[in-house]
Write a protein that binds this ligand. Sequence first.
Ligand SMILES: Nc1ncnc2c1ncn2[C@@H]1O[C@H](COP(=O)(O)OP(=O)(O)OP(=O)(O)O)[C@@H](O)[C@H]1O
Ligand SMILES: [Mg+2]
Length: 323
Amino acid sequence: MNEKNNYEIIFESQRIRDILLKIDRIAASDCSILIIGETGVGKEIFAEYIHRKSNRRNYNLVKVGLATLPPNLIESELFGYEKGAFTGSTHEKKGQFELADKGTIFLDDIDDFPLHLQTKLLRVLESKEIQRIGSEKTIPLDIRLISATKVDLSELVVQEKFRMDLFYRINVFPITIPPLRERREDIPVLIKHFLKYYVPDREIRVSDEALEAFINYSWPGNVRELRNVIQRIALFADTEIKVENLPAEIIGDKSMNIFLKACGHCFRNKNLTFEEVMSCVESHLLESALKEAGGNYSQAARSLGMSLSTFRDKCKKHNIDKT
Ligand SMILES: Nc1ncnc2c1ncn2[C@@H]1O[C@H](COP(=O)(O)OP(=O)(O)OP(=O)(O)O)[C@@H](O)[C@H]1O
Ligand SMILES: [Mg+2]
């Protein structure tokens, strides 16, 4: 996918709608925003969205991926340097902060920001000016900071891997993007969107059973994983995506689903906790054993391999009797 030109946020869930409403309210201010979320939830496209909604939209959005930048290059990349500042610096270089002037700087994976440079980053953010390495001159900066993290930064503060003062400075407005499995309503519209994107010239349907498998899968790689799966199967799909076209991990992710499917109540209420599902399953097992045994408690207890007293206690707990 051409990630450079595709910033549209596709959603159906109330949770994403609420986040976008919140963003719309604060986009025009210059407050620092921290985007928190698992891999692939869309942190980068939300950063794009914020930048485009802000008054800085006609200036640069400069993205710095701290997890992919070699730690020894972070300082020169961000702050820039003068000619002769260190061995090999044969010419001056603007840092990413300078390039983001009047626009937005996006510090992705901020949790990877080296501890020894955190004071320097804080100083730049507080003073709104920067000095290139090897220079005394201060350059004024007008930037908006958006950071992103996959991990709980406050936890890193406790472990003394992240400075508390910097944490408060970047966390003025936190936005948590929920994982896809907590907003399954977004799955059908995202599938439609990616199908249209990857196969613009053909309409591809998704069978009900395949859609159900997509919705039930846990999506550890979130929207990115969904996008990649659709891209892969769209290559081979004719007119309809059927359950047998789905990758094994999606069909195979059934641990809870076997139970859920066996029970209409649990299946409809996908937000039940593990305990609630287990309790529902137990109640169904007791009920069907009693029915099969024609109402005979001893026989029903035996068929489930439990003592009569345990069986009776459990039936009482679940309000089950032979009628
Ligand atoms: N709501 C959405 N609508 C459309 N596309 C989305 C949505 N959310 C994510 N995507 C797409 O999913 C892919 C992953 O999103 P993105 O790169 O923003 O995730 P991320 O949270 O930054 O992941 P990582 O932590 O791994 O860097 C991108 O191609 C992005 O365009
Ligand atoms: Mg990202």
